[in-house]
Design a protein around this ligand. Sequence first.
Ligand code: NAP
Length: 303
Amino acid sequence: MYDIIVIGAGPAGMTAAIYARRASRPVLVLEALTPGGQIINTPDIENYPVEAHISGIDFSQRLHAQAEDLGAEFVMEKAVEIKAEGNVKSVVTDKNVYEAKAVIIATGSENRKLGVEDEDRLVGRGVSYCATCDGNFYRNKVVAVVGGGNTALEDALYLADLTEKVYLIHRRDSFRGDAATVARLQERDNVEFVYNSNVTRLIAEKRLTAIEVTNSKDGSVRTIELRGLFVAVGRIPENQNFASVVKLDESGYIVAGEDCHTTAPGIFAAGDNRVKLLRQLVTATADGAMAATEAIKYISEME
Ligand code: NAP
């Protein structure tokens, strides 16, 4: 039996593992895909203290190495359920069952999809969820970004430097993201704002060639020819597998405060998947430290 099982090897989960190992606690980290989490999609992190520039991949690899060097055990299996029976928590994966005294859920979040027909089939063939990963493939081409938050605005700005033209499609006529970024976009000659509009059809043969956009005010339909569609309509926390043991809010985030305690004793939440005001790398790693410290306190009280 482990002292702590961490579900998710993103910045929050791997930081939790470091803190737990530095307290000499046996730790298992479960990860469905590859260590790193969403940050591996960021080419250049500029706002993490001390490192002025570091790629998401370098950041993740160094964090992973640090946790492993300290003795954290990593297993690439997807956790599908937590069973909390008394003081022992069982984490069921797609292959095994592991037991621990405390569990930290650090599963992050996944891209929200538009939900239009053929969206999945066209990923990598014109549809992308990561401008910084795929923008270079669309150099000097026409693209569109969908969304009205900071991700969409920053993606549009990034793509305006690379591509011939960027359509910024938003379902309302005012943006959720920062006004300063909107102002910078308005200065660009190659950015066209398409307000009150939803992407209602993807037109493609092998690759995406155009989209149909429907105006929600007057119902008019416009066809936009393009090569790339960047979807930036927010993220969905990956918590559904744990909804039977911890309380989620109406958006699916785990209800947990700054101390990372969930509604279930001995189960903690860290990072983007919990209710919080600011979802950034620095707040994810801070959560990892907090969740591990609180988990250790919980275990110590049982011993
Ligand atoms: P977000 O702030 O949740 O914005 C999502 C946007 O997508 C909203 O404008 C929303 O429209 C729209 N949307 C949602 N579902 C849609 C659908 N089905 N069809 C069309 N549009 C849809 O998500 P985000 O931009 O990814 O940002 C997430 C968090 O990270 C935010 O707190 C953000 O500030 C932060 N962030 C910060 C930075 C930075 O500090 N540099 C950079 C990126 C992100 P409505 O507005 O109508 O709801």
